[in-house]
Design a protein around this ligand. Structure first.
Ligand code: PLP
Length: 497
């Protein structure tokens, strides 16, 4: 089999194996690891149709993690996609009227981050063993709400790893916050930041690039790594469900062999949609990748104009996991679109850092044709939740609703009749307030936790067990930190100097 190596988007020529890239998280020059080539696969649907989720996962991931043995990778997969998920299908594709919702929220924290964060810890410990690492790994994570809990869930009580999660104090839903601050586990730290997600993410990236800090860590037998989608070990597992969705469409006689589909992805950090792009590069018949933004529509503007400009007001919306102005994974796409021109990437990223803005060249813009960008306003998002519920008694969350709206806009504009997979990134139970108030004003005075019960009555089903009684659990994590004090905060938590 073809060996795949990884290198930085910023030009450091050193090639590493996947295990090294996973352990490091981010490249030494501050760039992101990308595969030196995208493995092409043959899509034999008769064969693939017989596979369950884990088998499809092996089929896809073994093409990228070529330094893992079959046993190693299968063991990671088996430990990840087990009864933590509330359905054996893992990522069910649900047809509602003529739409297909790819439900990625059946894992322990009810959001799509579980798809990758249930396997990342196992990939990491396996990598550490393979490379005879003798240091303890400290995972630093910035979260817009969902990554934090999913990472805590994945890394808790894993030997040789500690995890620190930074979340924006005012930027997450009540359920999201409680999920994190009540989390138990003696290797876990949760810290509220006085700032927004971009502050948290930039702070973490700066700490990764701080050589002095790196030395202090080494003296103390620690090393940093990342559980954000800047880690390639999070990105690759996300490719799997695009294959799985396509296979299911075929199995259900919704498409013929080789028939093109579209996918619409509610986007923040650009990780999920980038995985879809990688799936397309591998040979999966995807026509358009619809990039759906909320009112923080930097990506919509970028796809239309070729100008990325984060100099704008940060808007707090009802889809908080997408309240992001700096989409880290876009760097990987730009690298790919520029055919690996790391000089250009360095230039653009420097401009972004200095001026908060950059513009790409015409020929790079041309290669953007795989993508379509649009956004949904708050009102459109709420209207979509109500419409889908009234028409079919199917409840979607606010993030999924953003994708739904953008798909409607696309269909209207482009008259494209292809089947579209709507990527459903969170359970409505995670955003009860916004979801319930979208379908009826009568819920406006009730808090998130009362609304959990109302929602379960409405849908005539049990409250998912992982968030039941959440507000009755003990608050364990109470540290709050200024956004420019994150490094000192880490030193205190780890008791290092
Ligand atoms: C993280 C998240 C997103 C955005 O995904 P990216 O990979 O960051 O683009 C969308 N919806 C939900 C519910 C999320 O948790």
């Amino acid at each position: 089999m073809n060996r795949i190596y990884y290198k930085s988007t910023r030009g450091n020529e050193k090639k590493v194996q996947s295990s090294e890239a996973i352990l490091q998280g981010i490249a030494e020059d501050g760039g992101l690891f990308v595969p030196c080539e995208t493995p092409k696969v043959e899509i034999d649907l008769n064969k693939l149709s017989k596979m369950n989720y884990k088998e499809v996962a092996y089929f896809v991931m073994s093409k990228f993690f070529t330094d893992f043995t079959e046993d190693e990778l299968k063991s990671c997969i088996n430990r990840a996609y087990d009864s933590k998920f509330d359905t054996e299908e893992i990522a069910p594709l649900t047809k509602v009227n003529d739409e297909f919702f790819l439900e990625l929220y059946h894992g322990p924290t009810l959001a799509f981050k579980d798809m990758a964060l249930s396997i990342l810890p196992h990939l990491m410990t396996t990598s550490a063993k393979k490379l005879n690492l003798n240091k303890e790994i400290v995972i630093l994570t910035a979260t817009s709400g969902d990554t934090g809990k999913a990472a805590l869930e994945g890394f808790t009580n894993i030997d040789g790893i500690k995890i620190v999660v930074f979340f924006p104090e005012q930027g997450v839903s009540q359920v999201q916050k409680y999920q994190m601050v009540t989390h138990k586990g003696n290797n876990t730290y949760v810290v509220a930041i006085k700032g927004n997600f971009d502050d948290a993410q930039s702070g973490v990236k700066e700490i990764f690039a701080d050589n002095e800090f790196k030395e202090i860590l080494e003296k103390n037998q620690y090393m940093f790594s990342s559980a954000n989608s800047i880690n390639i070990g999070r990105l690759i597992p996300q490719i799997v469900y695009y294959f799985y969705a396509y296979i299911n469409l075929y199995k259900n006689n919704e498409i013929k062999e080789k028939e093109d589909i579209n996918v619409v992805v509610p986007t923040g950090n650009f990780g999920n949609i980038l995985a879809a792009y990688y799936a397309k590069q591998m040979g999966l018949p995807i026509n358009k990748l619809l990039c759906a933004s909320n009112d923080n529509k930097v990506l919509h503007d970028f796809i239309d104009t070729g100008i990325y400009d984060k100099n704008r007001e940060f808007i707090t919306t009802i889809s908080p996991s997408m309240d992001i102005l700096i989409s880290s994974n876009l760097e990987r796409l730009l690298y790919s679109l520029s055919r690996g021109n790391s000089l250009e990437i360095n230039k653009l990223m420097k401009e972004l850092k200095q001026n908060g803005k950059y513009k790409i060249e015409e020929d790079m813009k041309k290669s953007f044709q795989d993508f379509y960008g649009n956004h949904a306003s708050e009102k459109e998002t709420k209207d979509a939740i109500r419409k889908v519920y009234e028409e079919s008694k199917y409840l979607i969350d606010t993030h999924t609703a953003v994708a739904y709206v953008v798909n409607e806009k696309y269909k209207k504009q482009q008259k494209d009749l292809r089947k579209t997979v709507i990527v459903s990134t969170a359970s409505p139970y995670k955003f009860t307030n916004s979801v319930m108030n979208s379908i009826d004003d009568c819920y406006s005075d009730l808090d998130d936790f009362t609304l959990l019960e109302k929602m379960s009555e409405l849908l005539n089903e049990e409250i998912p067990k992982n968030i039941k009684d959440l507000n009755k659990r003990e608050v364990i994590h109470t540290v709050i930190c200024e956004k420019n004090e994150m490094d000192n905060c880490i030193k205190k938590l780890l008791e290092i100097k």
